[in-house]
Design a protein around this ligand. Sequence first.
Ligand code: C5P
Length: 216
Amino acid sequence: ARGNALAGRHVLVTAGPTHEPIDPVRYIANRSSGKQGFAIAGALAALGARVTLVAGPVTLPTPMGVTRIDVETAREMAAAVDAALPADAAVMVAAVADWRTEASPEKIKKTGDGAVPALHFTENPDILATLAASPARPRLVIGFAAETEKLIEHATAKRARKRADWIVANDVSVDVMGGERNSVHIVTADGVESWETLPKQAVADRLAARIAQALA
Ligand code: C5P
């Protein structure tokens, strides 16, 4: 560890996408590399925190000092988050699929006559909102908001709706997905703090330091 500002603290991080199966060979997913969430988990561990990283399907290496739990679907992620409690803070970076569909046990075959299957969607649990409203709510709950327009407005509304303490608003209209840099605004009860565009690792380091400050 590079520091001990978070020694004795348990921080829960979700990262990556979820995959919602359609059949054994197909799924629905959100676009997410997992890079920002993994960097945050590593930065928290470097400050001495015990970190549980609940990761959707990504191919990233586990950051040093981090306990990783791999999941596939939103419901598995929700269960893993629940099982990891209690925590002092939670940073929900995962791009969770909003909907799932009932998976066919067999591969859906093309009929040959141009007929297409219809997917019936069911809403997934909102892991962040559920955690923020739970009796086991961590002291500090942080959500992310990836938006392509009206960034601050949507993030502020999301903060209230999901009862998060902070929302990290992420402008994904410009080359963020899968990239190495990120442009974020921290929306808290006190207002909005805009950070310059930074490498994802630097965003992670700053956020970890801010979390340490808030928990001190
Ligand atoms: O509503 P939206 O998906 O934009 O909210 C994003 C925030 O909520 C992120 O922090 C994400 O990890 C979290 N979230 C969640 N469970 C969901 C949907 C979003 O935890 N089902």
